[in-house]
Design a binder for this molecule. Structure first.
Ligand SMILES: Nc1ncnc2c1ncn2[C@@H]1O[C@H](COP(=O)(O)OP(=O)(O)OP(=O)(O)O)[C@@H](O)[C@H]1O
Ligand SMILES: [Mg+2]
Length: 374
């Protein structure tokens, strides 16, 4: 409910001191009211409410620019039952568009237009508005603008937070699945093989037979291979021992053997990167190539890692069917989001380009903390 009290009752506009006091009261109330909201539409509506209830205007509307056109965000403070029939509204949209374009306060015959940032505007009419000072309206604009910035920041943080928690859930889920798989591998493959070796050794210790010992040796070497594979899946030791290039090349060879995908790898780095940087780039290559295998139906892919003195750049490209990235639901793509998050966590930037029938390219850029002698 809007309570009205007119500044005329306090002596305005004649009494300059009282007008100033009333302006300050209004600004104080405005700051309080809009600080309580984290929704941009509500901030604008509350701003209108305060300006009207403090007697400066009779009614008003807030506009929010969506795309090219200004759309009415709040009609609640229009005195007409049906705002469309309001006689004051004719030509208003044109004036609003012009005020948006100019980006400055406009004092028209009927309306006072107060653009707030590039995408919102307050249109106010009546009351003692004719006597309202430019400085006062500018203060109103600044307060509302700061509040809108705060709500926008809050919205961005909330959506980032939601995305992060979804990603975390997915990572935890993937981790659980991986643990399950490793546990099954250890139990079914390694456990059974070691049991067979143990039984064979028991028997051989009683009456050694060359043929059986040979079989036991073979089984031991297969089991060793399995252990190496599981360890490699968990963390490629090559990455720690020989670095990114060797690890990516080994991974590309394995993928080629399994899926017949041709992958060319070109890595030119003057020195080793940090443990974190190498791990992140390796995981991004793994996810990007896994996507090529799963979705692209490509013949060829390439992985290129190069550096300048400030950045390391990674490009993974394929010649497959591609897709329309715009058609993906934001935040739903855990593989792509995961790549982006990993790179951004190290202060880097990530970009994916693709179009139907045009393949796909993933670009990642990481800042490096030390200088390379290229
Ligand atoms: N190289 C590619 N070629 C064609 N389509 C791709 C490629 N990379 C990604 N896509 C498309 O983008 C979608 C999202 O990829 P993303 O990696 O985020 O998820 P996903 O691979 O479906 O599942 P996961 O979360 O297991 O990675 C894929 O489902 C696929 O449609
Ligand atoms: Mg994926």
């Amino acid at each position: 409910m809007i309570e009205h009290f007119s500044p005329h009752q306090t002596g305005l506009p004649g009494d300059e001191a009282e007008r100033r006091t009333h302006e300050l009261e209004t600004l104080h109330k405005l700051a309080q009211r809009i600080a309580e909201s984290l929704d941009s539409r509500e901030v604008l509506t509350r701003a209108l409410e305060v300006l009207i209830s403090m007697g400066w205007f009779d009614c008003g509307e807030a506009f929010i620019k969506t795309g090219k056109k200004a759309s009415v965000a709040s009609l609640e403070l229009c005195v007409e039952e049906d705002p469309e029939t309001c006689s004051l509204r004719s030509g208003l949209i044109d004036d609003v568009e012009a005020a948006f374009k100019a980006g400055e306060l406009r004092r028209g015959d009927r309306w006072q237009l107060v653009p707030i940032e590039k995408s919102s505007l307050l249109a106010l009419v009546g009351g003692s508005g004719a006597s309202v000072s430019q400085a006062f309206l500018e203060a109103v604009r600044d307060l509302v603008s700061a509040s809108l910035k705060r709500t926008e920041l809050h919205q961005r943080l909330t959506s980032k937070e939601r995305q992060r928690s979804r990603l975390l859930q997915a990572l935890l889920h993937a981790q659980e699945e991986e643990r399950g798989r490793i546990s099954r591998d250890l139990h079914d493959q390694i456990g059974q093989a070691l049991t067979a070796i143990l039984l064979g050794l028991d028997k051989a210790s009683l009456e050694p037979e060359p043929q059986q010992l040979k079989q036991l040796k073979e089984l031991t070497s297969i089991t060793l291979g399995d252990v190496r594979r599981i360890a490699m899946d968990l963390r490629p030791s090559l990455l720690d021992e020989l670095g990114l290039e060797a690890a990516i090349k080994r991974y590309a060879r394995e993928i080629h053997e399994r899926y017949a995908l041709e992958i060319s790898v070109f890595v030119r780095l003057p020195t080793r990167l940090s443990h974190e940087e190498e791990t992140v780039l390796y995981r991004v290559v793994q996810e990007a190539i896994t996507n090529v295998v799963r979705h692209a139906e490509a013949q060829r892919a390439s992985v290129v890692v190069t550096s300048s003195n400030k950045h390391v750049k990674l490009v993974v490209e394929d010649d497959g069917g591609g897709f329309d990235p715009g058609a993906l639901t934001p935040g739903e793509q855990l593989g792509i989001t995961g790549m982006r998050e990993r790179i951004e966590l190290l202060g880097g930037s990530f970009r994916l380009e693709s179009a139907p029938a045009r393949g796909c390219a993933v670009f990642a850029r990481l800042p490096v903390r030390y200088s390379y002698a290229v």
